[in-house]
Design a protein around this ligand. Structure first.
Ligand code: ZN
Ligand code: ZN
Length: 187
């Protein structure tokens, strides 16, 4: 794979940061506050940010000697399903981003791997990979509607919250037990 692939970033894309307004002089800062639509598949299997939902970017772009340091927070809604009872989960998420993007042909560009330090493409920064990593790390792999969700009765599928405390499917009465036997033999 060629080290410097041709620029494929679209400056109009909501998660592409344009640094043309940021002088390449260490210490110069610009803030980047914007609400953008969430990209597709931002999340994990059971929970994630719905596509098109409002993502609130509150970022700081800072010129450093070898590139641009992007830091700040991204907040947005998350929707998912409880891993125990399948009830819908409506929540929100705030992730912190801190990522250095090296200028093309800088020493950092020449001496580091792209998975260690991000790369700029010309004046553009693709925020999406860092955002995805942060969101996936912040989301639970087994989301719950609440910490102590008891889940569903495995026999009837009813939420334990909606069942009496002594709910059980065990046939304790021997008369019922023999009835069950009868039905089984007829089958
Ligand atoms: Zn639940
Ligand atoms: Zn049950």
């Amino acid at each position: 794979m060629p080290k410097h692939s041709p620029s494929t970033l679209d400056p109009r894309s909501p998660l592409v940061l344009d640094t043309r307004e940021l002088p390449r002089r260490p210490g110069v800062l610009r803030t980047h506050k914007r609400v953008v639509p969430a990209p597709a598949d931002l999340g994990v299997e059971l929970i994630g940010v719905p596509e098109g939902a409002d993502l609130d970017l509150d970022l700081r772009l800072e010129s450093v000697s070898e590139g641009v340091l992007v830091s700040g927070t991204v907040t947005g809604p998350v929707k998912g399903e409880c891993g125990r009872c399948l009830r819908e989960i409506d929540d929100s998420l705030a992730v912190t981003i801190q990522e250095l993007y090296a200028y093309e042909n800088s020493t950092t560009d020449d001496t580091t791997d792209t998975d260690e330090v991000g790369r700029m493409q010309g004046d553009l920064i693709d925020l999406e990979p860092a955002l995805r990593d942060a969101v996936v790390l912040a989301l639970p792999t087994n989301p719950l509607c609440r910490e102590d969700c008891p889940g569903l009765c495995p026999d009837c599928g009813v939420h334990w919250d909606d069942l009496p405390a002594d709910h059980s499917h065990q046939q304790v009465d021997p008369r019922w037990a023999s009835l069950t036997q009868l039905t089984r033999t007829e089958e």
